[in-house]
Design a protein around this ligand. Structure first.
Ligand code: FEO
Length: 417
């Protein structure tokens, strides 16, 4: 006999995460590129919006434009738009603010709490004179039994960003900080694959927050000085930190202090594999000198650029290689150098290498790019004329050995200084 078990499904947008506090966001399983083409989202993402029901009802952040209409419609059906007393815009970037236009067209006059920079950004995006209420660190909004405490967090991730802290429930709504581009059917950190969560967390930090590491450290210190209990961190992307929320704070402090692991990464591109063979020989030289160091190679034209940046973040040293082409370097390597220039890693060493046939400018150009990006150059680099022969490959092995020694030595000097 066929027994058909009928299971219901919860189609409500309201997912209660603590008493009277709801996640009302959107999980985006489809997205594979974020920030245009700048950030790969292999595991999707989410746009987390939160609703607090007290004597007054507050909505924290919204969702990205493609999901704006369904978001507003569901809020209307399940909450009632006229029941929303306050909108909190922790950050004006479109992934969190896009649905504001439709929402506020339905409930014009609803106060929008944001920083002074938030007012500028939201006006710049939407060209609307909404009922803005600019707030500063320490300002509060009374919801009834609970209060929202605002904490400006400039450049985490934009100049307008702020955190909101909910008293009584002890929840920090941190917006981009502590987030991950990670779609999940689960809402909480303790329910998901921990390796996936770690990978998406460190990738997010490496690709988005590295340039602001000093501010991360300061902001965490400032928050600790508030001496308020912390039961939950609710970021605007990915899962909520309810199990030991301090674990991600500890990681952020670790990552913000010139983070590196015992890893050397070789990033290159090649036309006829001359530079590619150099890369392999350099890698074997590093390994022959130090069998404890993790050596990873990436042909940057065939690799995901954000995954490569994550590996750079984990590295104590990198080597970058390109042949010379048209008195320059290959475009994938140029793109990589531009990407790391903007991120400004600290405390990492680097060296350049490349094969050439005629003019041979690539190594100098890579050196220049690495210097501009804040890497410490350990030497003037290694060139190889034409297709590397056995002698040239032996030189690459030796170059790798020297690199391992110099990098380890610099690491010890930095630790003792
Ligand atoms: Fe998730 Fe800076 O926006």
């Amino acid at each position: 006999m066929n027994i058909r078990i009928k299971r219901g499904y919860n189609k409500s947008m309201l997912k209660e995460i603590k008493k009277d506090v709801y996640w009302v966001g959107k999980v985006d399983w489809d997205i594979r590129k974020f920030h245009g083409d700048e950030y790969s989202t292999h595991r999707g993402s989410s746009y987390n919006s939160y609703l607090i029901r007290d004597k007054k009802t507050a909505l924290i952040d919204t969702v990205w434009r493609p999901f704006g209409s369904e978001f507003v419609k569901a809020l209307d059906t399940e909450v009632g738009l006229d029941k929303i007393d306050y909108v909190i815009a922790n950050h004006a970037e479109s992934d969190h603010s896009a649905a504001l236009a439709e929402l506020l067209s339905r409930i014009p006059g609803t106060p929008v709490y944001c920083t002074a920079n938030g007012v500028k950004s939201l006006k710049g995006h939407f060209h609307k004179d909404w009922n803005f209420v600019p707030v500063k660190t320490g300002d509060t909004l009374d919801l009834g039994r609970r209060k929202l405490l605002f904490i400006e967090a400039p450049l985490l991730h934009w100049p307008d960003s702020m955190f909101s802290y909910l008293t009584e429930e002890n929840i920090l709504f941190s917006n981009d900080a502590f987030g991950q581009h990670y779609a999940s059917g689960f809402l909480f950190n303790d329910l998901v694959d921990q390796a996936e969560l770690y990978q998406e967390g460190i990738k997010y930090y490496a690709n988005i927050l590295v340039p602001f590491s000093q501010l991360v450290e300061k902001k965490i210190d400032e928050f600790k000085k508030l001496n308020v209990p912390l039961d939950m961190i609710c970021p605007s992307h990915g899962v909520i930190w309810r199990d030991r929320p301090s674990q991600i704070v500890t990681k952020y402090l670790e990552w913000s202090k010139d983070y590196s692991e015992n890893q050397i990464t070789i990033i290159y591109d090649s036309m006829w594999n001359g530079t590619g063979r150099m890369a392999e020989a350099i890698a074997s030289g590093i390994r022959s000198e130090d069998d404890q160091v993790s050596v990873k190679l990436f042909n940057v034209s065939r690799s995901d650029k954000n995954d490569v940046v994550t590996e750079v973040f984990k590295s104590r040293a990198i080597l970058v290689g390109s042949p010379t082409i048209n008195r320059g370097i290959l475009s994938a390597v140029a793109g990589f150098l531009e990407q790391v220039r903007g991120l400004k890693f600290n405390g990492k060493q680097a060296a350049a290498f490349g094969a050439y046939g005629w003019s041979g400018e690539s190594v100098e150009m890579i050196n220049e790019g690495l210097h501009k990006a804040g890497f410490e150059l350990l030497n003037s680099g290694l060139k190889s004329l034409w297709n590397p022969d056995d002698k040239a490959l032996d030189e690459c092995v030796e170059f790798g050995r020297e690199m391992a020694v110099q990098s380890a030595q610099r690491g010890r000097e930095t630790q003792s200084s």
